[in-house]
Design a protein around this ligand. Structure first.
Ligand SMILES: *Cc1c(COP(=O)(O)O)cnc(C)c1O
Length: 218
């Protein structure tokens, strides 16, 4: 499989400029990343720490790497030096570890809090009630919470998917009403190959697109 340049061009045409496209290259070869890089893409998403570390070492340094998978605390240190945005922060324990590694490196690491919006049990993330109780993140001096991330149910029921996305957008707006101007959430990461159009309609600012650009994964 290689890059579907036509699908990518269509995506660029249809997605509003206010929505950032993260190209999800997990399980795809470095050559595919280069092919897309060469036609202008700079934001790439990966799910597995070892794979991300291997690719980052081989690829241009101006790529912005997004970690979109489930991150274990003991692996934060491997990606902390270079990661641009960690989408899947789903516990305070993980946030603490990210902050600790960022302090060591004297950098600030951008994070999104993952919210559990799907009806399925298996998806990681904070639930809404827990998130509202978190309060402020002032003690995490080297973590910048840019926003929220969510994954809708894996379902053909698009009205369910839409409801879940709308719920996340509602939470995002509610949180912004309580946060002061310096800490406003700016990034809402939701939508994948099969539901990104709905995510855009429901107000996301970032979509994570894999198979549509790179073809099906094995
Ligand atoms: C794999 C993955 C994607 C991309 O999925 P596609 O359906 O291939 O677009 C997006 N987000 C997360 C969290 C993923 O794990």
């Amino acid at each position: 499989m290689s890059v579907n340049e036509l699908a990518y061009a269509n995506l660029q045409k249809t997605v509003p400029a206010s929505v950032k496209i993260v190209a999800v290259s997990k399980l795809k070869p470095v050559s595919d990343v280069i092919a897309l890089y060469n036609i202008g893409q700079r934001d790439f998403g990966e799910n597995y720490v070892q794979e991300l570390v291997d690719k980052q070492a081989q690829l241009p340094t101006d790529i912005r790497w997004h970690f979109i998978g489930h991150l274990q605390s003991n692996k934060v240190k491997y990606i902390a030096p270079f990661v641009h945005l960690i989408h899947g922060v789903d516990s305070i324990k993980l946030l603490k570890e990210i902050n600790k590694q960022a302090v060591k490196l004297n950098r600030v690491i951008n994070c999104l809090l993952q919210v559990h919006i799907a009806s399925e049990e298996t998806k990681f993330g904070f639930d809404e009630a827990a998130l509202k109780e978190l309060g402020d993140f002032a003690s995490f001096t080297h973590v910048k919470i840019l926003g929220l991330m969510g994954m809708a149910s894996f379902s053909n029921d698009m009205s369910l998917v839409r409801k879940e996305f709308a719920g996340l957008k509602g939470l995002f707006d509610q949180m912004n009403q309580t946060l002061d101007t310096d800490n406003q959430l700016t990034t809402l990461s939701m939508g994948m190959s099969n539901d990104y159009l709905i995510a855009i309609e429901e107000g996301c600012t970032m979509i994570r697109i894999g198979s549509l650009i790179f073809g099906a994964r094995n």
